[in-house]
Design a protein around this ligand. Structure first.
Ligand code: IPD
Ligand code: CA
Ligand code: CA
Length: 265
């Protein structure tokens, strides 16, 4: 493991400790609504501080883009951080949430860590070095199409302007697959695609910190990640489709009738 990945893992574990400390006493955690259906807790903020302290201690010149505190200027190395992905699950005691840390250098993802402290699962990837779960290599599923496929998604719940076209997509994919899951932590959804637990995943209206690390995990596990049109502009559109090569291709085909303009959320 490279020194940088090592430090990213240390930062993710530090955030994991913060989240674990409060998960069994959620009633003591203050929940504030940022906007409709968008919650933040002191746990999100404390976990983010723990990550930034770890990273800034080692790399004071690097830039940071973090969900709760925004952009911290720096050089061309940019850490993209979601300290607690799946806050709605977390505050309900629903056991599916994670910490996500990615490093982007001159616009290209170089490393990614998605950590699920509750299940002690650490997903890591470095460009060109493959993807791992707890130090064992993982690969996307080799499923050849949608038949029998288990597909993950995120149902729009904040901005409802996506809802109609999303429901069209959902209907198209329900008809052709073994089932759809909405686990509630996009970063973990990508990690599950990388590990072959989900054959594919799509969601509209994400934010870069939801998928920065996860997209590299999928790519390094042999999968494909694109925007809805099959292009590589998903950091601009924030609409993302991921999966093994053949499932991804089949998903794009089913989604195509609902993609007139793949505009940002
Ligand atoms: C959310 C989760 C969820 C996805 C949302 C994200 P948050 O992140 O990843 O699965 O559907 O779009 O915003 O707000 O819990 O960090
Ligand atoms: Ca998130
Ligand atoms: Ca978050």
């Amino acid at each position: 493991m490279s020194a940088m990945l090592n430090i990213a893992v240390r930062a993710a574990r530090a955030a994991g400790r913060v989240t674990m400390r409060y998960f069994d006493r959620i009633d003591t955690v203050k929940v504030v609504s940022k906007s409709r259906n968008d919650f933040v807790t002191d746990v999100d903020r404390a976990a983010e501080i723990a990550i930034i302290q770890e990273l800034r201690g080692k790399f004071p010149d690097h830039a940071i883009l973090a969900e709760e505190s925004g952009s911290h200027g720096g050089n061309e190395f940019e850490w993209i951080i979601d300290p607690l992905d799946g806050t709605t699950n977390y505050v309900h005691g629903f056991p599916q949430w994670s910490v996500s840390i990615g490093l982007r250098v001159r616009g290209r993802m170089e490393l990614g860590v998605v950590y699920d402290p509750l299940h002690e699962e650490l997903f890591t990837a470095e460009r060109g070095g493959g993807a791992k779960l707890n130090d064992r290599r993982i690969r996307v599923s080799s499923r050849r199409g949608l038949e029998g496929a288990l597909i993950g998604t995120g149902i729009p719940f904040r901005e409802q302007h996506h809802l109609d076209r999303y429901l069209g997509m959902l209907k198209a994919l329900i008809q052709d697959t073994a089932g759809i899951r909405r686990p509630g932590s996009a970063a973990l959804d990508f990690a599950y695609v990388a590990a072959g637990r989900l054959d594919g995943f799509w969601e509209l209206g994400l934010s870069p910190w939801d998928f920065a690390a996860g997209a590299l995990l999928v790519a390094e596990a042999g999968g494909t990640v694109t925007d809805l049109s099959g292009g590589d502009r998903f950091f601009d559109t924030c609409n993302v489709v991921a999966g093994g090569l053949k499932v991804h291709r089949a998903m794009l085909e089913r989604l195509r009738p609902f993609v007139d303009a793949d505009l940002p959320a």
